[in-house]
Design a protein around this ligand. Sequence first.
Ligand SMILES: [Zn+2]
Length: 470
Amino acid sequence: MEIKKEGNFSEWYHEVLEEAEVVDARYNMKGALVWRPFGFQLRKLVFTHLGNLMEATGHQETLFPLMIPEGQLMKEADHLEGFSPEVYWVTKGGDTKLEVPLAIRPTSETAMYPMFALWIRSHADLPLKIFQTVNIFRYETKHTRPLIRDREVSTFKEAHCAHADQAQVDEEMALIRDAYNRFMDALCIPYIISRRVSWDKFPGANVTYSYDQVMPDNKTLQNATTHDLGQGFAKMYDVNYEDEGGKQQLCHMSSHGISSRILAGMIGAHGDDKGLVLPPLFAPVQIVVVPIVFKGNKEPEAKALELAGELSGEYRVECDCRDRSPGDKYYHWELRGVPIRLELGPRDMENNAVMLVRRDTGEKRSVPLDSLNQVLEETMLAIEHDMRKKAWARQDKAIVAAQSVDEVLDAEKKGFVAKVPLCCEDCGKALEDKLGSYEVRGFIVGEKPKGNCVECGKPAKELGLLSNAY
Ligand SMILES: [Zn+2]
């Protein structure tokens, strides 16, 4: 790595993706990228974990077609208005102009709900909860950025649910929030949950909640969204059910999603000047064993292979016996975020010990081989705990509580994220108009405002989250 993270986050981010072989953005299409084998493993570990959480909360995995017929996409007016500038269209098959143009899914509400209408008959069929992991396409006109803003979002884990009533929706929203919280905690990523303001919510939704993370450049990254879709979609797609009294009722819908962007969040939160720093749970290689061969003494190599073999039952382990200097090897694995390195040289062998080095802190200690298993277990947990703590502390430091318009302006000038007491959306909009590129991201969930609305002086009801956003 040549670029320092502090003060050069964007350049650092591009360099680390390339050098650590996560993705390659040189594919000959703007906003599309190639997952390299190392990055693919990382992606797989992250999204398998999320899939397990979705299944544990009662969602079943499905797979829907990539293309959506024009009329079907166009049915929900708000949804269409929100997405139409970004939709890719297939208009020809070979040389033949298609009678019905086909949209490439920008998201799958309109692909799924006509099928829901066929599947759902009675209240006993509800809630219906499914998810799929697919690529989605959006013709982004803003500056594209690998994993953060792609035209082909290569991984989107989207859940879609039909419910009998608002109580079932609320139950689902709470379940998803709990699952997403646990997912972010596993990734050691900090988050702020907010209710999106009406001009920024998901097109067609009643309410959108989102998870924002403050990135190292103090811009917020929206990592996850969860939507109460109300009955609008159900009405347009005839998603009905027969209630217990035999009456036809309209379903309520909800949808929830996390994309490959979450990897940008994880990489951004934890990486350093040496490269990636990965939470042990998701590191494709959790432990690397490096033999220190000295004056042609190959014994450490044999011992390192043996040790790696023993540990591979419990962990994802590599033994690096390549003919390179230890320094080169350290560089290679530090770049790829391997949480623990075990060095094994002649002196360590004499002491019946290994040198354990933590990637996140650089801390080094000699560990007797007979207590290695326990120390590894404790160290993995300590790394996860410390990474989470550090990332939250970094985020907290980036946020200021502003109590007046001047303080908001000052926060923007100094590049902080601001929490701002407001009374309503209108005052949020009025405040936004006085600012530069700062946006009202939403009203923070779970935190009460103190004092009065900075815009009108009436008692505040909401705590606005203001920032520059990706
Ligand atoms: Zn106000």
